[in-house]
Design a protein around this ligand. Sequence first.
Ligand SMILES: [Cu+2]
Length: 122
Amino acid sequence: MPPQADITISQAVVKRPLAGRTKTVAYFELKNNSSTIKTLRKIRSDIAGAIEIHTTLKSGATLRMQRLKELAVPALSSVTFSPGDKHLMLFRVGRLPMKLANLEFGFSDGSTYELEFVIEDY
Ligand SMILES: [Cu+2]
């Protein structure tokens, strides 16, 4: 077996924007397999003009999204991005490929990882 990468993702999905929309979300589970903390800072992709890390805040019955500048993933642990919780927000999304898209995740230690997402209809 090849050595496991420091960063892996599973259940990685980009939602296909609704007709006429150019904004969408992505969900996944991000796993830090290394023995040091990894801080996610920058995400880029050919499919979007900009990508932000968002979290969802609840105040009473109201849900509000808030942008995170970065997100720390402790050693040997994982973070879940899911509906109603943390997610990636993709802006200025153009025409998407049929099935798969790559997103590049950049961390504060300078490392980058090319990660594959499945494109899924809403
Ligand atoms: Cu958002």
